[in-house]
Ligand binder design. Structure first.
Ligand SMILES: C[S@@+](CC[C@H](N)C(=O)[O-])C[C@H]1O[C@@H](n2cnc3c(N)ncnc32)[C@H](O)[C@@H]1O
Length: 276
């Protein structure tokens, strides 16, 4: 699909169901959400008060990772689970540093896809793909991905705050490996993910309650550990400080949005120049 398709080409939104993309938009202060999304997001906040802070912290990690990648010379991005185009999208962060950056955005939420296409319809250096990350081939071999990106040059593939919507039965390790194996040499994988491993017991219970609420949504949620993320990135060169709490990944001077809850972990790794 291409940027010039109209929103009517996209499957209709069910206004009766909350969407994780639109709830996340609300946490970030965006306005692309419905009363049902807001009610869902507010309910999550009552069981997991740090939810909003986590969204901001996660977004700050995204910004720092993209900044690092552009500084490292990367000019091509695939952002999977990109969400509603709120301020601070990958192309905006990257182009402040390098105007020639190209970005393929991917999401399976119809509103996220529609809004992204509207925002980017006049931007030929981006594309927006409506796809599920569980199908790497459908994304990597999509004609718009291939038309935009040069698979002879490094690509940074971002899966930021999205793999926690993939249950173990869908083999997230295998999915990450499929992306890793298809990317050009010198490419990068960036991940962030919900965790409860360092949370004190009360907070851990809040995360459990939140996960239970998500069981009834279209996107059930799962918490994982730093060891699991490190395993997914095994064999790649981990960029220091490795897989860690998102707030501790190359922190900058941006003020923290709230107390350090450490519920988001993150890592960035580079594929070696030569295949082993
Ligand atoms: C919490 S938001 C994260 C947005 C953005 N990556 C960020 O970190 O700011 C998660 C996004 O992943 C999308 N998503 C969830 N499951 C997905 C899947 N299986 N394939 C593609 N996108 C998915 C949701 O629609 C939502 O837009």
């Amino acid at each position: 699909m291409s940027n010039d398709e109209t929103p009517s080409d996209i499957s209709p939104v069910d206004p009766e169901k909350p969407s994780v993309a639109r709830a996340y938009d609300w946490y970030l202060g965006g306005s692309t959400n419905t009363p049902i999304d807001r009610a869902f997001a507010e309910r999550i906040l009552t069981v997991l008060p740090p939810a909003k802070t986590m969204a901001v912290d996660n977004r700050n990690f995204l910004r720092r990772a993209v900044t690092y990648l552009v500084d490292a010379g990367v000019r091509q991005f695939i952002d999977i689970g990109s969400g509603i185009p709120t301020v601070g999208n990958v192309h905006q962060v990257a182009r402040d540093l390098a105007p020639d950056v190209k970005v393929a955005y991917v999401d399976n939420d119809p509103v996220a896809v529609t809004q992204s296409r509207l925002l980017l319809r006049d931007d030929p250096a981006t594309t927006v793909i409506d796809a599920d990350l569980r199908h790497p081939g459908a994304i990597l071999d999509h004609q718009d991905t291939r038309a935009l990106l040069d698979f002879e040059q490094p690509i940074a593939l971002l899966m930021i705050a999205v793999l926690h919507f993939i249950p173990d039965r869908d083999d997230p390790a295998g999915i990450v490996a499929a992306y890793r194996d298809a990317l050009p040499r010198g490419s990068y994988l960036a991940l962030s993910h919900l965790t409860d491993e360092t949370a004190p017991p009360e907070l851990r219970q809040q995360v459990r309650t939140c996960i239970n609420l998500y069981q009834n949504s279209a996107s059930p949620l799962v918490a994982r550990t730093r060891a699991t993320l490190a395993q997914w990135l095994d064999g790649l060169d981990l960029v220091p400080p490795g897989v860690t709490v998102a707030n501790q990944w190359k922190p900058d001077s941006t003020p923290r949005s709230g107390p350090d809850h450490d519920l988001v972990i993150a890592g960035l790794a580079r594929l070696q120049q030569e295949r082993s």
